[in-house]
Design a binder for this molecule. Structure first.
Ligand code: 2P0
Length: 322
């Protein structure tokens, strides 16, 4: 049986993706910019099984069912549609080093690895643009994990909405895990609710597009301070619009807020660090490489800390077909 295995890493956005222009095609309201990490990879294998009548999905050794399985099967349907003919069903085995569903972007690394492994198994193109476009359909943020280092995901349309690399200054991210449990509301559902009910939604969409332009300019100037400022303000605006949904959703808890406060205090003491957080309670602090050890030491009392550097894009680790 044909098996292909790929690895991809999570990414943390410095300008967030929050909201879709088209749910089916997973087209974002605005572009976003992220760093792919060198930590917490997902490794995924796709084995084509000509005798199987359904796809199967195993996550961290456990068979998946329900919506989790359907999401993978729908994604494989897309890959098979692109392959043409009547390609076989598949067994997908995936292993995450990050806690699944805790706001550490396991769906980004997951669908980036799956896009590459499925493309290899079904003989689809494996250039970065094709992979990023395909990964996007699994989970928007996965479009960015296809790319190593820093990535800009263009809003665009189905053809042009993909991520590509952008040069930037070397950065470190100190991941502060304050809570490893799953999130109460999925990003997908929370984005939908925000768009439908927040009175601030249009302002958020406009602000996100402006933040991306400002961030790209800060990257061009390799200006870490500006990058950090824009990232922190963009993250807080995203959490503000999420909290303004009805019924409200709040991902940041007291322990998360304590990390934001600690980062601000450290900044007052001369350490140039900034904070961001995704759709979960964990916080990521951003700094220059030379400050990472001090920052990690200062934040250690507030949660589990781990320093990440820019990491590789999705790579095939075994078994490319044809
Ligand atoms: C991001 N997040 O830019 C933002 C910040 C969470 C907060 O991308 O619905 O799991 O699968 O496209 O990719 C999480 O969204 O959502 C996300 P879907 P996804 O990293």
């Amino acid at each position: 049986m044909t098996t292909a295995t790929a690895q991809a890493h999570p990414n943390i956005a410095l300008v967030k993706y929050w909201g879709k222009r088209d749910e089916d095609l997973v087209l974002p309201l605005a572009g976003s910019l992220s760093m792919t990490l060198d930590a917490l990879p997902t490794t995924t294998s796709v084995t084509l099984d000509p005798s199987a009548r359904e796809d199967a999905f195993e996550l961290n050794g456990e068979p998946a069912s329900g919506e989790r399985l359907r999401r993978v099967a729908r994604f494989l349907d897309l890959a098979r549609e692109r392959a043409g003919g009547e390609p076989p069903r598949a067994i997908v085995r995936s292993r995450n080093e990050a806690p699944t569903g805790a706001g550490l972007a396991s769906s980004a690394s997951g669908f980036a690895a799956l896009a590459l492994a499925a493309s290899a198994a079904y003989g689809l193109p494996r250039d970065a643009r094709s992979l990023s476009r395909l990964a996007r359909r699994g989970s928007g943020s996965a479009a960015r994990s296809v790319v190593g280092g820093f990535a800009v995901w263009h809003a665009g349309d189905d053809e042009t909405s993909y991520a590509e690399a952008i040069d930037g200054p070397d950065l470190r991210m100190v991941i502060v895990t304050v809570d490893g449990s799953g999130k109460a509301v999925s990003s997908r559902e929370a984005m939908r609710r925000t768009a439908l009910t927040s009175p601030f939604h249009d302002a958020w969409a406009l602000s996100a597009a402006q933040s991306l332009d400002a961030m790209i300019a800060a990257f061009r100037d390799a200006d870490v301070t500006r990058i950090g400022r824009i990232a922190e303000s963009n993250a807080l605006r995203m959490h503000a619009v999420i909290q303004s949904a009805d019924p409200p959703i709040r991902y940041l808890g007291p322990a998360s807020v304590a990390v934001f406060d600690a980062v601000r205090r450290l900044r007052g003491e001369g350490l140039d660090a900034y904070a961001t957080a995704d759709a979960g309670p964990n916080v990521v602090a951003i700094c220059r490489p030379e400050d990472a050890a001090d920052l990690a030491r200062a934040l250690a009392p507030l949660g589990g800390v781990r320093v990440a550097a820019p990491g590789p894009g999705a790579t095939l680790t075994a078994g490319a077909a044809a």
